[in-house]
Write a protein that binds this ligand. Structure first.
Ligand code: SF4
Length: 213
């Protein structure tokens, strides 16, 4: 019963969010389950094109990383870099990719896409560089407004710090203390509010499941 009500809620909410995104010239689709993500990406991504990605649990959970590594695309695979210097070069190449695929930390009901970043590569690539940007986002990341987006970020950032084995206070306590750690995960934020200067630049795939952190 609970699942069917949640599915109903997610579908209704997604309709509102997609409508608000379209008013901002951001295309979007609702996919009821994670299994639909790879087929949708296969429709969108041209074979042979260059693709880069932002670090994301959602991309792992939906099979997206596997797809990008399938050989259909020229994948700039930062996680396959031999060392930190090569990784840096791969991260920079992302800015010239045909497609950048990532998730988001939160999307507001009115259609603002919010990204938190440690080194800034993902936040930067989302707003400038790649030809097209595709967000894969679980409905658990839809929040009422910007204030709620930042609340959500403060809540999930310690889990991301823990996942990435960072030496931050929150990775030990589970709670944000607005630290000044050298490995701080919350260094920069990007908010995409509109895309009228670059219509069609963004595509959002809203997935009717709880995905990522
Ligand atoms: S500001 Fe520091 S303590 Fe707070 S979530 Fe970010 S890394 Fe963790």
């Amino acid at each position: 019963m609970r699942n069917s009500l949640l599915n109903w809620k997610y579908e209704k909410l997604a309709g509102v969010v997609l409508d608000n995104l379209s008013k901002k010239y951001i295309e979007g689709f609702y996919l009821p389950a994670r299994e639909s993500v790879v087929p949708k990406l296969e429709e969108i991504l041209k074979e042979g094109s260059t693709v880069a990605n932002g670090g994301s649990v959602t991309l792992q959970e939906t099979g997206t990383i596997e797809l990008l590594r399938s050989g259909k695309y020229q994948f700039f695979d930062k996680d396959a870099a031999a060392d930190s210097s090569e990784r840096w070069k791969v991260l920079r190449k992302a800015f010239e990719a045909d497609y950048y695929v990532c998730s988001a930390n939160a999307i507001t009901v009115s259609g603002e896409i919010v990204q938190l970043d440690g080194s800034g590569n993902r936040a930067a690539a989302c707003i400038y560089g790649p030809e097209k940007v595709i967000f894969v986002v679980g409905m658990n990341k839809i929040v009422p407004d910007i204030e709620a987006a930042f609340e959500r970020i403060r809540y999930i950032a310690p889990m991301n710090a823990k996942r990435l084995n960072l030496h931050t206070p929150c990775a030990a306590t589970g709670i944000c203390s607005d630290c000044r750690s050298d490995e701080r995960i919350c260094e920069s934020y990007a908010i995409i509010r509109n895309s009228s200067r670059n219509k069609g630049h963004y595509t959002v795939l809203l997935v009717g499941e709880n995905l990522g952190l």
